[in-house]
Write a protein that binds this ligand. Structure first.
Ligand code: SF4
Length: 437
């Protein structure tokens, strides 16, 4: 196991994770002792428009994958329209490999609750929802407990801290459908309908929850708001890069010595993250990895020094996504890994549009054939052709994301496919998997 050098340790910038190791950090008493709710007191003395400007000045970008500027999104909410406004927190974390929001809600739920109150005040919302993944029972319990504690202390409800501002906050558990992480499907689900994406425009900023102006933000985005209010935009921008400001929680999993969450300034490289995580597991050498979950194109060992910010990863041909950094070694098979991800997308496709519903179904069949030793060279063309017909033609991002590992694994690891097709690699699946595939 490698020991990180001091200059690499300096890349760690614990902001959202700084309380995680404190005993009982999820209780309101501990949170208050560690600066908790100080940002809310400060924010309630400011004009809501000034808070929106502060978030714009900080350069904060959404932590859910798309990286959209948060202050700009808040600024889209029309004012003086006489309609109710809503803040909805997307806590439906379900992307394979992604595990930054659930630990945040488990270890430090008040950071999210405080961020919700400030953000709601800024967009003039009187009601907010946290939509949490149905399987995340423990995190939901912690969150509900934190919300009750906040009500009991006067941080939620009527006339918050005697400011005249009222806010009701509801924690809503979903039913475990990955598609409900897509913001308009989430809104449909929250309204009690089947969770499927909506046609846009109109956008949630004007026609969101109950056809009213709505901001949908990720957990990490909202939890970043209190530290920005306390520390200021310049402090936030002192971390990260010019266009990707602030710290980011990178989730390392797979063949790494110490998997877990590492919060670093944006722009850190995988080489540095691996050093912080003690290196690869003994006997394993890096072969491929995802920079931001299974919906992002794979990168290879040659990309160790790519800056992990929005622009750096895009320049390398991938997407920063959810910063779920899944590490695979020379003992892992990119064809099999891609097949497993495709099984996931096939299962989670909501079925609304043909390219994603049918395309993923057929690609899973082709992969099973290749992995059972019955693939043909034409199968590789079929895969690329299918991806061509899914990418940009699907109703939402799930379809596009499903193609990422297929096209990138064929770009970097075509020989692995050929080894199955030409009989040099033993089949990984039995022929039985082809029956009814
Ligand atoms: Fe549903 Fe897939 Fe179409 Fe998205 S791309 S709407 S998940 S079928």
């Amino acid at each position: 196991m490698t020991t990180p050098r001091p200059e690499t340790l300096a890349k760690l910038t614990p902001v959202l994770t700084k309380r995680w190791l404190s005993p009982d950090a999820w209780r309101i008493g501990t949170y208050e002792q560690l600066d908790g709710y100080a940002a809310l007191r400060k924010a309630l003395k400011a004009h809501p428009d000034d808070l929106i400007q502060l978030i714009k000045d900080s350069g904060l970008r959404g932590r859910g994958g798309a990286g959209f500027p948060t202050g700009l999104k808040w600024g889209f909410i029309p004012q003086g329209d006489g309609k109710p406004h809503y803040l909805v927190v997307n806590a439906d974390e379900g992307e394979p490999g992604t595990c930054k929001d659930l630990p945040l809600m488990t270890h430090d739920p008040h950071a999210l609750v405080e961020g919700v109150i400030i953000a709601s005040y800024a967009i003039r919302a009187a009601r907010a929802y946290i939509y949490i993944r149905g399987e995340a029972v423990h995190a939901a319990r912690r969150l509900r407990n934190a919300v009750q504690e906040a009500y009991d202390k006067g941080y939620l409800g009527r006339n918050i801290l005697r400011s005249g501002y009222d806010l009701e906050l509801v924690v809503h558990s979903g039913a475990g459908a990955y598609i409900c992480g897509e913001e308009t499907a989430l809104l449909d689900s929250l309204e009690g309908f089947r969770g499927q994406p909506r046609l846009r425009p109109p956008f949630p900023a004007t026609h969101g929850l109950y056809a009213s102006p709505t901001v949908v933000n990720n957990v990490g985005t909202i939890a970043s708001v209190p530290p920005i209010v306390l520390g200021g935009a310049d402090w936030w921008k002192s971390m990260g890069t010019e266009k990707s400001s602030g710290p980011m929680i990178y989730s390392l999993s797979g063949r790494v010595a110490n998997p877990g969450q590492y919060e670093c300034s944006m722009g850190v490289t995988l080489r540095e993250l691996l050093e912080l995580a003690g290196g690869m597991q003994p006997g394993h050498n890096l072969r491929f990895w995802t920079p931001g979950g299974s919906s992002t194109p794979l990168l290879a060992a040659e990309h160790l020094d790519v800056p992990l910010d929005f622009e750096g990863v895009a320049a390398a041909g991938s997407i920063l996504g959810t910063t779920a950094t899944q590490i695979f070694s020379d003992q892992d098979c990119p064809v099999y890994a891609t097949y497993r991800w495709l099984e996931f997308y096939h299962h989670e496709s909501c079925g609304k549009c043909t390219p994603c519903r049918e395309g993923n179904y057929w690609m899973v069949r082709v992969y099973r054939r290749i992995l059972a030793g019955q693939g043909t060279h034409e199968d590789l063309d079929t895969l690329l052709d299918t991806c061509d017909n899914i990418l940009g033609r699907s109703f939402c991002g799930l379809g596009d994301g499903a193609t990422s590992s297929v096209t990138s694994s064929l770009q970097y690891f075509k020989q692995d496919y050929l080894d199955y097709i030409e009989g040099r690699t033993a089949p990984k699946l039995s022929e039985k998997t082809l029956v009814g595939a």
